[in-house]
Design a protein around this ligand. Sequence first.
Ligand code: AMP
Length: 610
Amino acid sequence: MPEETSPTSNYTLSQKNKNTLQFIEDVTSNPDQIQQQVLSQILSQNAAAEYLHRHRLSGQTDRHTFKKLVPVVTYDDLLPDITRIANGDHSPILSSRPISEFLTSSGTSGGERKLMPTIEDELERRSLLYSLLMPVMNQFVPGLDKGKGMYFLFIKSESKTPGGLPARPVLTSYYKSSHFMQRPYDPYTNYTSPNETILCPDSYQSMYSQMLCGLCLNKEVLRVGAVFASGFIRAIRFLEKNWVSLCHDIRTGSLNPVVTDGSVREAVGRVLKKPDPKLADFIEFECSRKSWQGIITRVWSNTKYIDVIVTGTMSQYIPTLEYYGNGLPLVCTMYASSECYFGVNLDPLCKPSDVSYTLIPTMAYFEFLPVHRNNGVTSSISMPKSLNEKERQELVDLADVKLGQEYELVVTTYAGLYRYRVGDVLRVAGFKNKSPRFNFICRKNVALSIDSDKTDEVELHKAVENAITHLTPFDATLTEYTSYADTTTIPGHYVIIWELNLNETTRIPPSVFEDCCLAIEESLNTVYRQGRASDKSIGPLEIKIVENGTFDKLMDYAISLGASINQYKTPRCVKFAPIIELLNSRAVSSYLSPKCPRWVPGHKQWGNVN
Ligand code: AMP
């Protein structure tokens, strides 16, 4: 256990920090050479892979031949190979090394999570990226080794592929690995949550026990966080709902029987050693105050910053975090995915809108496809298409990107993804030595997102089409629709705006619209349904019916903002606050989904191992 091993001396810690910063200096000073080496290593390590042979690469490891022969691909191109691996084909299909497990991405294909193959070594590379974060942070906020981090970390359910490989989210894999579980004592990974509370598969018990430990150790907490902003806000919301019983536990020194998991009870018992009525009074006083503004700084008064990702769609949570944190810095430390961990933020105290990530050139081989987006006022339903020859030629290397230009990220990984389009759009914000720093702009084709769900326009459209069949018996048709993510509720939820063409004489009962809400939810992808049914990280979907003529007003408004009248298409998702206000001001009724959509762990066709 980390707490039981002897603490690292100041000397060792500062030396380790220095070494880490030097590593960052070195790799960012020489990105092109390192990238060339990385590609060569990946290709020689995987020289036996069937995929590379199929593309006529027979042992060559140079950039030129690689780019000439190997295509730029999306997940769907790889699906036949991935399915073979999932079904138990152990031959070296994508990688010469054995695939150790699949990481289930929050990105979906055909409504199911994408399966990213990974190899044992990748854990090492992920750990390396984590090890960069605190030495960077220490330059800006010293003394973080003198206390604890209160991080709300969770595992999610996992399944096994028909061939017997585990399929689980990357963080579940990491928290269950020896890299995390048996980490040697390090003041920077000294968390208030005992490992057992993080590994508890029951999300309620896990949250309850992590919050209780965080409260018990409130004076020691120097930083708080979760992976994404939505997760941290959910934890604060949990405190709002449960502080009475949490205070009772602290007052009596006994853990609520709702926590039934034996190992969690034992681990919490090590923190909740004896009754502490003074602490219970204090928390009760703070939590029972009418306003929860600044609750984080009030309960955890030594907190220096909130460590959560607020870039990308998570920026919608910045106002709520600023409210709870009374302006504490919001720190985004890293940029990563199931495919590969990418980079770190070397200026972590910057404003959320200025966050940039420096890609670490040793993590994978990176290429960049220039993108030219429209201004976001209009949008259309589009599917990713394969690249034409001209676009293929446009792909540039890490060392060749241009300041201010936006690119789609393409990776080649040690685990056997070659020229794989991640789907993220990045903009070059500047350089650290010779390595570019990127702003995260958006994920391609994501219309709606509350937590880790990513719903694209095509999925939304199909879901709406399924739902409106409920209106057919009432002689009603859908004239127009759009949507937005409402994050003013906790958890946030999807709102779908409908303008209908109604038969004046037929009244539609509210239950029909509620059925429509549920029909949309049932049609959405597995990540959305898991968020609703299991994680409870997404609230019930809402349909708002608006007055006739609302979408004409929306068009007038978009045109007044500069959209072209000829090219105007109704946006299927809106983000701009005045447009959302306009839509809401013309709402005549609203309906919520009456229950959670169905969700089962694992892929449709697999059994669950839990
Ligand atoms: P997953 O494959 O489920 O792990 O999701 C990875 C995706 O999450 C990335 O491709 C990004 O779209 C998004 N993501 C990860 N880190 C960040 C970040 N720091 N800022 C914005 N989006 C992020």
